[in-house]
Design a binder for this molecule. Structure first.
Ligand SMILES: CC(C)(COP(=O)(O)OP(=O)(O)OC[C@H]1O[C@@H](n2cnc3c(N)ncnc32)[C@H](O)[C@@H]1OP(=O)(O)O)[C@@H](O)C(=O)NCCC(=O)NCCS
Length: 167
């Protein structure tokens, strides 16, 4: 029988930073949401690849909340880690904070949860290492991810039933 390896969230976490330049801005002079979303997707992809060591694709963006606008010139710090693993899927959480470089004020700007799926050489979903959360924060994220996944499955079932009623 094939042995399934395991990993902690710490082993694959990624932190990266950008500076918001004028070409990242929208017509209101703050960072364009689509640019932040692409940075989030890139960080989440790196986390997924580091966790499973395989090609990983974005299956869904499950939740993305813009908490506060980010200004041109702000430093943007993105921290990503695996919150939960299924068989071939991984929920990745990305926290985005903005830092004013002149007063070091740090504010949470955006949070996102994405699902990635690992693919084998034939581009078929394949088993990922089991996630073993270690710290209190990692366990909290793991439990919260489980709740999100259960509630998404519940919503899908309800929407499917509604579709049948209306068809
Ligand atoms: C994601 C993808 C590989 C899933 O393929 P599939 O044949 O539907 O896979 P399966 O039904 O066997 O499901 C495999 C896993 O993906 C998960 N999954 C599939 N579709 C999903 C979705 N829309 N949202 C969240 N998870 C999803 C399943 O829950 C399952 O998880 P598990 O193995 O942990 O139980 C496929 O839909 C795909 O290639 N999508 C395009 C990806 C892409 O181009 N992304 C953008 C560029 S990276």
């Amino acid at each position: 029988m094939q042995e399934i390896s395991s990993k902690s969230p710490e082993e694959s976490q990624v932190t990266t930073r950008y500076i918001v330049m004028p070409d990242h801005a929208n017509h209101y002079g703050t960072a364009f949401g689509g640019v932040i979303m692409s940075w989030i997707d890139m960080v989440a992809a790196m986390v997924a690849q580091r966790h499973c060591g395989m090609e990983s694709v974005t299956a869904s963006v499950d939740r993305l909340t813009f908490i506060t606008p980010i200004n041109v010139g702000d430093h943007v710090v993105l921290k990503g880690s695996v919150n939960f693993t299924g068989k071939s899927s991984m929920e990745i959480g990305v926290q985005v904070t903005k830092e004013d470089p002149y007063n070091n004020k740090v504010v949470r700007a955006t949070t996102a949860y994405l699902t990635f799926v690992a693919l084998d050489a034939n581009k078929r979903p394949c088993q990922v290492p089991k996630l073993i959360p270690q710290s209190i924060d990692e366990i909290r994220r793991f439990e919260n991810a489980k709740l999100r996944i259960e509630s998404m499955r519940d919503l899908s079932k309800k929407l499917k039933l509604k579709k049948e009623v209306f068809s």
